[in-house]
Design a protein around this ligand. Structure first.
Ligand code: PLP
Length: 451
């Protein structure tokens, strides 16, 4: 066979990768996940393919829980559904003891469908319809009120009934991290949060059970949580002193970093992010030193999302083609588009070849298969030369990709979970043309086909 001609270019090849500290890191191919062959997975379930490691979820969860439990007597995690609401994933967290944290009527239904008792569901978010609120009240769920309009519709709804609602307010505040997330909840510094608390404690159909905040996501400084915890404690204390209402819990939300590397970051994520112990230390020390009597310490709730699931998720894909760009850079085209790997807009995801290769690496762009210029997974990454048909493993894609993915020109792929014994389970089957057209409707006058 005639070899394909490629115009000669002079390009620097590296042996291994030079890191910031001058030493070269060796690439190793990733041929298996939890002992299961990547090739077998792709042969059986297709390409691209999402793979979730149940073992990694459980280990990460235990590590996070331990960091808090060692330091504080009353800790409860609530799984953030929007981070990954595949039922199998949620159920791993529920088996580990997590409550459910939901931010929409749809997610609320999903939590009920997964068998989570109503009183263990935390209902967050700015979009709760009257029907949602009714259901949440009937099921004794914890309603975290986001704004005055929601508070007033709850009051109106309960007026003259014998029902009472278990509520908290979401508080936003200055934690020294900007831009400040002040669009959710009631502001602390302006007195708005205090105003909401007073409106709640004077209503007989509302039980103020807790205070909630979620100060941001991918928080690079643990100290922001110390600042937030202090303000939450102050509100709790003022509520106890003024209204005689002792809140049962403080919910510090989520926002802990996964070890992914943010775009524009000079150092690898793992070298700069706080770990669970750092976050736990910041939050717990603030609570313990604030002045609560030991037997009156509030329950500490955490809604950490991405930090618990990112590392458990992999995306396997195949090389469709390689080419030279006009500026003689190498480009590698994969079958993974940004529509199924949404987090590539924020992260420089680590990509590993799934087969043996020579140690010669070249700077290259990684593109997806979408016919759009924005479809770029990595603008520039040093990787061993890949050729058509080669396979790759993208790391740390467990958070948000399987909820924010978009169907666009192709269909969303299979998702499998490897259980703790190494058995593979299909947990979401790939879409087909039928999945898409099922929801469409062609008016009668357009059913006559004429060319
Ligand atoms: C999204 C969200 C979380 C989870 O956030 P992470 O940054 O993934 O940890 C927790 N609580 C609320 C209210 C959220 O909206």
């Amino acid at each position: 066979m005639k070899p394909t001609y490629e115009r000669p270019v002079i390009q620097k090849l590296n042996t291994g990768l030079l890191n910031k500290f001058g030493s070269r890191t060796e690439y190793t191919p990733v041929k298996q996940i939890d002992g299961v062959s990547v090739n077998n997975l792709m042969d059986q379930y297709g390409s691209p393919l999402f793979v979730i490691s149940e073992k990694t979820i459980r280990q990460t969860y235990q590590r996070a829980l331990k960091a808090f439990k060692m330091r504080y007597p009353k800790v409860q995690f609530a799984w953030s559904y929007k981070t990954n609401y595949l039922d199998a994933v949620c159920n791993v967290f529920h088996q580990e003891g997590s409550w459910a944290e939901v931010v929409s009527g749809f997610e609320y239904q999903k939590a009920l469908h997964n068998g989570v008792p109503g009183n263990l569901i935390i209902f967050n978010g700015p979009d709760k319809s009257v029907e949602d609120l009714k259901k949440a009240v009937e099921n004794c769920s914890l309603i975290h009120i986001d704004h005055f309009d929601e508070l007033y519709s709850l009051i109106e709804m309960l007026e003259g009934t014998s029902y009472s609602a278990r509520v908290a307010i979401r508080v936003n505040m200055d934690t020294g991290v900007y831009p400040q997330w002040d669009r959710f909840g009631f502001n602390y510094e302006s007195g708005q949060a205090w105003n909401a608390i007073m409106k709640i404690v004077t209503q007989k159909n509302l039980e103020l059970e807790g205070l909630h905040c979620h100060i941001g996501t991918y928080m690079l400084t643990a100290n922001a949580y110390a600042v937030a915890a202090r303000k939450m404690c102050e509100l709790a204390q003022a509520t106890a002193n003024t209204a005689g209402v002792k809140v049962k819990y403080l919910d510090m939300g989520g926002g802990f970093c996964s070890s992914n590397t943010l775009k524009g970051s000079y150092l690898q994520g793992v070298d700069v992010i706080p770990n669970f112990d750092d976050y736990a230390e910041a939050i717990v020390n603030t609570l313990l030193h604030f002045g609560f009597k030991p037997d009156e310490l509030p329950l500490l709730i955490l809604e950490t999302g991405r930090a618990l699931i990112d590392e458990a998720g992999y995306l396997l894909g195949s090389v469709l083609a390689t080419k030279r760009l006009a500026d003689s850079r190498r480009a590698t085209v994969l079958d993974i588009g940004v529509n199924i790997m949404f987090t590539s807009f924020w992260y420089n995801h680590r990509v590993s070849p799934a087969q043996d290769f020579t140690q010669h690496a070249e700077e290259m762009a990684l593109y997806g298969p979408l016919c759009m210029n924005i479809d770029c997974l990595r603008e520039s990454v040093s990787l061993p030369l890949l050729k058509k048909g080669d396979r790759v493993v993208v790391h740390e894609v467990g958070a948000y990709n399987m909820t924010q993915w978009m169907q666009f020109i192709t269909l969303r792929p299979n998702v499998v979970m490897i259980d703790t014994t190494g058995k593979v389970h299909l947990i979401r089957k790939n879409e087909t043309v039928e999945t898409i057209v099922e929801n469409e409707n062609v008016p009668d006058h357009l059913k006559v086909f004429k060319l």
